[in-house]
Write a protein that binds this ligand. Structure first.
Ligand SMILES: [Zn+2]
Length: 410
């Protein structure tokens, strides 16, 4: 059997599109370790909005990955995570009415949030009621932004889905979801999602007016499931399997098989997680049935090709390509044009993507030969570092040494 090559093989390693961790809390970690350890972009899912705004604004000059952020956790008065010691003053916005919900959404967006985050955790305090939740979703969508939910406790995932939440911050772990809910979440969104960003040729989701063409990160794209999930499988046990992780892996397996989009995310800052690509997170995704291409697609959720699969494609759903950022920064690397078509991530064939004029800023470099055994892929990918494409393509490029050894990840 011939091993399938992913990315572009170069001297000393392989180039891949920039990796995104779609669930972090930069306020709780040494975020400058992310770029050297393979994470080029992050979605911060909860912090003081004005502080997060400084990370996003100064990322390029302060050694941080590209940052998109949610701002404060929107929650009910006294709701999760308002009582948590790790949540600083200003990182939680308590809302108890539709009016307060609208105002809170507007405050996050005024600070520069790319999306908003709502907490629906019935295991830890009160929940926003249905009309308040509906107001959060409606206001965010009206303003061209997506909604991410922390859904925990029986029934909260269904509730988030029915309210129109776009993304779950965690693969559901509180209960084994019924198949019909899995299928409903995995189905493509109800609207055509094909508006293109003229600047970068990236697909943008439907119906989200972006006044002034703001450079917000759009966390769903074409083709994509109606509700995307951020994996965060390793927070359940950090290497020691737990019943919650078993539940989450089972849900992810069925969701991906049904066509659902799962993006790589770790909830960095929550417990003993490596700052950088997390081998254990990738192993858990492998346990959920993710092969090499699916793993890389999950890691490159905001940077994958904008090309779409043929309409008559019958590929299994886990290969549905997530992606799509309208943010004109590091995540705009036109990977399939920058990298040779013969080494395309997907299937080794050209997808006919034409070169775009976007600046090619960052690329993932994974040192060493690609492993023959797919089970060894997580360890190999965890050796990644983020480099500037210009440097990699310069004659005489010497790959960084030592990126495969990580003191925080045995
Ligand atoms: Zn989190």
């Amino acid at each position: 059997m011939t091993r399938r090559v992913i990315g572009r093989v170069v001297e000393g390693g392989t180039l891949l599109p920039p990796f995104t961790d779609a669930h972090v809390h930069l306020g709780l970690v040494d975020a400058t370790a992310l770029l050297p350890h393979g994470i080029a972009a992050v979605h911060d899912l909860g912090w003081v909005p004005d502080v997060a705004a400084t990370w996003a604004r100064d990322a390029e000059y302060s050694g941080l990955p590209e940052v998109a952020f949610a701002g404060a956790f929107l929650t009910a008065p006294g709701g999760y995570p308002s009582d948590r010691s790790w949540a600083p003053h200003g990182s939680v916005a308590e809302v108890s009415s539709p009016d307060q919900a609208v105002a809170a959404v507007d405050r996050q967006l005024a600070a520069g949030a790319s999306f908003v985050k709502v907490a629906l955790n019935s295991e830890a305090g009160p929940l926003p009621d249905d009309v308040t939740l509906a107001a959060i979703v409606a206001r965010a969508h009206e303003r061209g932004r997506d909604v991410v939910a922390h859904a925990e406790g029986p029934g909260q995932v269904a509730r988030a889905f029915e309210a129109g939440v776009d993304r779950l911050a965690h693969a559901p772990f509180s209960e084994r979801l019924p198949d019909d809910l899995i299928l409903a979440m995995a189905r493509p969104g109800p609207h055509p999602r094909a508006e293109h960003d003229a600047a970068c040729g990236r697909a943008r989701p439907e119906g989200r007016n972006a006044p002034g063409n703001d450079p917000q990160v759009v966390i769903g794209t074409v083709p994509v499931s109606r509700t995307t999930w951020v994996s965060t499988l390793d927070i359940h046990g950090w290497g020691t399997p737990t019943p919650a992780q078993d539940v989450a892996i089972d849900n992810v397996r069925r969701f991906a098989a049904a066509g659902g989009t799962v993006v790589y995310g770790t909830d960095l800052g929550n417990g003993p997680l490596p700052v950088g690509v997390n081998e254990r997170e990738l192993r858990a995704l492998t346990a959920a049935g993710f092969g090499p291409e699916a793993l890389v697609r999950a890691l490159t959720s905001t940077t994958s090709s904008n090309s779409t699969r043929p309409a008559n494609s019958t590929r299994p759903a886990a290969s549905t390509r997530p992606a799509g950022s309208t943010r004109p920064a590091a995540s705009t690397l036109p990977v399939t044009s920058a990298l040779p078509a013969e080494h395309d991530l997907e299937d080794g064939t050209s997808r006919g993507t034409t070169a775009r004029s976007c600046s090619a800023e960052r690329v993932t470099f994974v040192p060493g030969a690609q492993p023959d055994d797919p089970d060894d892929l997580p360890r190999w990918l965890a050796g990644a570092s983020t480099l500037h494409l210009d440097d990699v393509l310069r004659p005489g490029f010497t790959p960084p040494s030592g990126t495969t050894t990580r003191k925080d990840q045995p």
